[in-house]
Ligand binder design. Structure first.
Ligand code: OFO
Length: 173
């Protein structure tokens, strides 16, 4: 049984994961329009993955008999100045999600909700990986600068990352 505070905070997290999914979908569209087919595939996959993160929380709430209402999703930004700008917005989005997950973990501890605390550990680990992945790509972008051949090679590299399957959402790990 979840406390009303924890239920409300999980519902906000559902909306945030949904926003991240929509944001990555907008980036995938921009990448397609600019001819970056590998990066586009990468962001379509990232969008699917964020949707799975959203569904995983919904399944957890259902398993805990908590009330679930599908929230409105904040409109994503569709305006990007450059390839680099897309990754700046991805890093900002991931850092926002990380802060929110950490606040949720703090709330679960305050409420002595050990089940939710345990459930959230998966997200803590996931955010460490996702932030590292974005920072690694941004490091490469710093080296590449505005070199077209470098961007071409990075785009091909992201195509290989896009090939990994997205795990289905199950509440328990
Ligand atoms: Fe990387 O945002 Fe989901 O958890």
């Amino acid at each position: 049984m979840l406390s009303p505070k924890v239920s409300a905070a999980l519902a906000e997290q559902v909306a945030l994961e949904g926003h991240a999914s929509a944001q990555y979908l907008a980036i995938a569209c921009w990448m397609t329009q600019q001819g970056f087919s590998g990066s586009s595939a990468f962001f379509f996959r990232q969008s699917d993955e964020e949707r799975m993160h959203m569904l995983k929380i919904i399944h957890y709430m259902l398993d805990q008999d908590a009330p679930v209402a599908v929230p409105a999703i904040e409109k994503p930004s569709g305006e990007f100045q450059s390839y680099h700008d897309c990754f700046q917005s991805v890093l900002a989005s991931e850092q926002r999600v990380t802060r929110s997950i950490h606040e949720l973990v703090g709330l679960a501890m305050e409420e002595k909700d050990y089940a939710t605390h345990h459930f959230l550990q998966w997200y803590v680990g996931e955010q460490i990986e996702e932030e590292k992945q974005v920072k690694d790509i941004m490091d490469k972008l710093r080296i590449i600068g505005s070199d077209g051949s470098g961007l071409y090679l990075l785009d091909r590299e992201l195509a290989t990352l896009a090939a990994a399957p997205v795990a289905p959402p199950t509440a328990a790990e």
